[in-house]
Ligand binder design. Structure first.
Ligand SMILES: [Zn+2]
Length: 396
């Protein structure tokens, strides 16, 4: 930090004294339920965020959606150099979850639906913008764009286009998804997709005329064993048939069967291999027919040299508050995957420390709000000023 600034340790201390306000703010966000398919809930959340951030020197744009929730784009500064920060508005919890899983503060533990993934990130951004304002803003040549997508938990069918647009204008992308379990940042993520295999057979009486039938379940089992063999753990490729349905009764030759399959890949060429393999599946029993739908829609987020430089910068900043950072690869996807696919350096997992996202036990550790917000602030400030790190080395 420059001489006239508070050092990061002081910033962290200051944020600790504001913990009660942070928790109050977090509670407000968590108590507006915003399930991915709940447009009304997400749009309400947009309004609350807009009201709270209006007092800051930012411009706020609500990006309208017809059936999904609206997205938000909040900008601070008007410079030409863009630093983009990503959050999402949606959660995996349908409306009503709050009744059985209320917002709770228990010592250092805060729990509730979406508290950790990733409503706490709005609290972090509130503090970040306030700290920047106290410190003369982002400067003349930088603008900070905070994009909140409404559909991340369902693969960002609409939000990804906004992510692409911002990524193409950005020097770097910071993603406020939760940290890895022990506080690690996420420098690579698997990509993935979903496939559906549907078999049509011919129904018949299992005792009277089975030879006239064609069993869709047996055919599906054959197909499932073929696709299971496509997995390759040495390359990080996994296949999970997570759901099957089919048949009517035990004594009827099954006319119909369906499987839903999850695929994760770490290497782009694997995505192509798997997609081709699904496309070229052929029936074993010629009396049945097969239809295959799906794709690998989320590209893997690959750890490049630029990612490494960005991670090292974060480590240098973290040292100022006595924090040693580590990095992990994760099988879960985020908007970071889409951003990284445009060739811009992405650092993900810059949220807080906690656990059990997407489950009734979801929680975060309260004291990491101040810790990770000061890390984020230090990181953003270093990027603005090109301190510690020569941005020109990684920006084309
Ligand atoms: Zn998330």
């Amino acid at each position: 930090m420059e001489g006239d600034d508070m050092n990061l340790k002081d910033i962290q201390q200051k944020l600790m004294t504001q913990e009660e306000d942070s928790i109050k703010l977090l509670k407000r966000f968590v108590e507006i339920e915003s399930f991915s398919y709940d447009k009304q809930g997400i749009d309400n959340l947009c309004r609350v965020i807009t009201n709270i951030f209006q007092e800051l020197p930012v411009s706020i744009e609500e990006l309208q959606e017809e059936t999904l929730g609206n997205h938000l784009r909040i900008t601070y500064g008007e410079g030409n150099r863009q630093i983009t920060i990503l959050s999402h508005l949606d959660t995996v919890y349908p409306r009503g979850t709050l009744e059985i899983m209320p917002f709770r503060l228990d010592g250092n533990k805060v729990s509730g639906p979406g508290v950790y993934d990733m409503k706490v990130s709005y609290v972090m951004m509130y503090h970040l913008f306030k700290l920047l304002r106290e410190n003369k803003g982002p400067g003349d040549d930088v603008r900070i764009v905070w994009l909140l997508t409404s559909d991340e938990e369902i693969g960002s069918p609409s939000g990804k286009h906004h992510v692409y647009r911002e990524a193409d204008k950005s020097e770097v992308i910071l993603v406020l998804e939760p940290t890895g379990g022990d506080g690690a940042l996420k420098t690579s993520r698997k990509g993935g997709g979903k496939f559906r295999i549907e078999v049509k057979g011919i129904s018949a009486h299992a005792g009277v005329n089975p030879e006239e039938g064609a069993n869709a379940i047996e055919e599906l089992v054959y197909q499932i064993s073929k696709i299971a063999a496509l997995a390759d753990s040495s390359k990080g490729t996994s296949i999970n048939t997570g759901e099957i349905r089919g048949g009517t009764l035990f004594n009827v030759v099954a006319e119909h069967a369906v499987a839903e399959v999850d695929v994760r890949v770490l290497i782009p060429s694997e995505a192509e291999r798997i997609e081709n393999a699904f496309k070229s599946l052929t029936v074993n029993n010629p009396k049945t027919s097969l239809s295959v739908e799906g794709s690998i829609y989320r590209p893997p987020m690959i750890r490049t040299d630029k990612t490494g430089v960005l991670f090292n910068l974060a480590c240098a900043v973290a040292e100022e508050i006595g924090l040693t950072l580590s990095e992990v690869m994760t099988g879960g996807g985020s908007d970071g995957n889409y951003a990284a696919s445009r060739g811009v350096p992405v650092l993900d997992g810059l949220g807080v420390v906690g656990g059990y996202a997407h489950s009734p036990e979801e929680f975060l550790w309260k004291d990491t709000i101040a810790e990770r917000t000061s890390l984020l602030y230090g990181l953003v400030l270093s990027l603005i000023r090109k301190q510690h790190w020569h941005i020109d080395n990684i920006v084309n």
